[in-house]
Design a protein around this ligand. Structure first.
Ligand SMILES: [Zn+2]
Ligand SMILES: [Zn+2]
Length: 235
């Protein structure tokens, strides 16, 4: 379940924040930026909010408006889970939504973020995350895509690309139906990406993982490596 912690205070997606982090680290999180509203990317948000309840500063949830609309309507709706924008009170809420405009950089913490639309079965966005002249790029969930790469080629000093690959080539029909990538499609995506930047693959569905590993190795593409859980990077 996808989840990246950036600079300790910011998370990109929240699939497993409460499972991965002790309470003390969860309390340091000020904001969560979302790629899209699928459950494997937001599943720990209800419990994160429960764990932060009563903190002076609300948790800020940032994403383009179509993503936030799903969370309001289908998750924090007072039926599946409480509406934390009015708890403990409207004046001092636990949760605050902040809609961001796609393709326009916005500041969150000490970082500059830009949401780029990608091609998934629901509205979804990749992100360029930049700080002091260095940047990394996250694809989010996507099938073969274009704008993300156009943008990536213009990012100065891009240090790493985090790219989804969800299913093995044996599951290509499922991948196509759910708008995800398989290893066979990676060379064409890499050809659109800026050269010589390491590409960390993530979002492997557990039943596909052993095959994905073999299929990626067979591509013999030195830029590609599979991301492991709980790894830390400094850029
Ligand atoms: Zn998804
Ligand atoms: Zn996903």
């Amino acid at each position: 379940m996808t989840c990246f912690l950036v600079d300790g205070e910011c998370a990109l997606d929240a699939g497993s924040l409460t499972e991965a982090l002790p309470l003390s680290a969860q309390r340091r999180i000020r904001r969560v930026v979302l790629t899209h509203a699928h459950l494997d990317h937001v599943a720990s948000l209800p419990f994160l909010l429960e764990n932060l309840y009563g903190r002076r500063e609300p948790l800020e949830l940032l994403a383009p408006a179509p993503v936030l609309a799903v969370l309001r309507r289908d998750l924090f709706n007072g039926r599946l889970w409480p509406d934390f924008t009015r708890l403990p009170s409207r004046a001092k809420p636990t949760l605050r939504y902040r809609a961001v405009a796609p393709e326009r950089p916005f500041r969150a913490g000490g970082l500059s973020w830009t949401a780029i639309p990608v091609d998934h079965i629901v509205p979804a966005y990749g992100y360029v995350v930049a700080k002091t002249g260095r940047a990394v790029l996250f694809s989010g969930d996507t099938q073969p895509t274009g704008r993300l790469w156009t943008r990536a080629r213009r990012v100065p000093n891009l240090k790493a690309i985090f790219l989804e690959v969800s299913f093995s080539d044996a599951q290509a029909a499922v991948a196509r139906a759910s708008c995800h990538l398989t290893p066979r499609q990676l060379p064409a995506e890499l050809a659109k990406a800026p050269g010589r930047v390491p590409v960390y693959l993530y979002h492997m569905k557990p039943p596909s993982l052993p095959r994905i590993r073999r299929e990626v190795e067979a591509l013999r593409e030195p830029r590609l490596r599979l991301l492991e859980s709980e790894r830390s990077f400094r850029f």
